[in-house]
Design a protein around this ligand. Structure first.
Ligand code: DX5
Ligand code: ZN
Length: 220
């Protein structure tokens, strides 16, 4: 099954003083989803946004909002992000909470649950959850900050995951996040990823439409 390529600009690299405008700029440039990085200063050493910002983004765009929770207790916050208008909600396998229960809360609310794994976490750690998710996010940097270099060794994990999906007849998107741009996205697509998150490579590009088109072309 050939899944469509989804380009998801990460607002982490946007101008936070003009977020609504920035999201509209991404929409006009041809983005498919908007990726929102939620960080709590505990799970990762950085702080970003909460549910109220997601609510504001919901008013600014019709594009699906892809919320990536990098927080210690995602189970406590998932309902608030859903209420704020998140469409996809992803939680880290490394986060100290009941992962199965939290994924079920997302599913029961009619939203799309996702599981995320860090570069150092093997695929086998998420295996018990693969039939509960609609998306697996393979981090291609250690989470916390935008603009970090792509970790090449993660490509092999994408391929492993795609093979497992095929063998077990599972149904989830494979997303990549961190250091993604025109030069790195092709290897991820070849390995089996189809949802491409990019912050700096899109929001800081001189022409976002051109940068999105170049990423799509590199996936062919
Ligand atoms: C990193 C975040 C990413 C980040 C990617 O912790 O999860 O979504 O915005 O930024 P770039 O594309 O600039 O590496
Ligand atoms: Zn992210």
């Amino acid at each position: 099954m050939q899944r469509p390529i989804i380009i998801a600009p990460s607002i982490l690299a946007a101008d936070f003083g003009r977020l609504a405008e920035e999201v509209r700029r991404a929409e006009t440039a041809g983005a498919d989803w908007i990726h929102v990085d939620v960080m709590d200063g505990h799970f990762v050493p950085n702080l970003t946004v909460g549910p109220d910002v997601v609510r504001g983004l919901r008013r600014a765009t019709k594009l699906p909002l892809d919320v990536h929770l990098m927080v210690d207790r995602p189970d406590k916050f998932v309902p608030q992000f859903i209420d704020a208008g998140a469409d996809w909600v992803s939680i880290h396998i490394e986060s100290p909470c009941n992962v199965a229960t939290t994924l079920e809360i997302i599913r029961a609310a009619g939203k799309k649950p996702g599981i995320v794994l860090n570069p150092g976490t093997p695929i086998k750690a998420i295996q018990p959850h693969l039939d509960r998710v609609k998306l697996v996010l393979v981090m291609t940097v250690n989470p916390g900050f935008g603009g970090q270099p792509f970790i090449e060794s993660c490509v092999e994990k994408i391929a492993q995951l795609a093979a497992l999906r095929e063998a077990r007849k599972l149904d989830f998107e494979i997303e990549v996040d961190g250091g993604i741009g025109e030069k790195t996205v092709g290897a991820c697509a070849t390995a089996g990823a189809n949802v491409m998150v990019a912050g700096v490579a899109l929001f800081r590009a001189p022409d976002m439409a051109q940068a999105i088109a170049a990423m799509r072309a590199a996936c062919q």
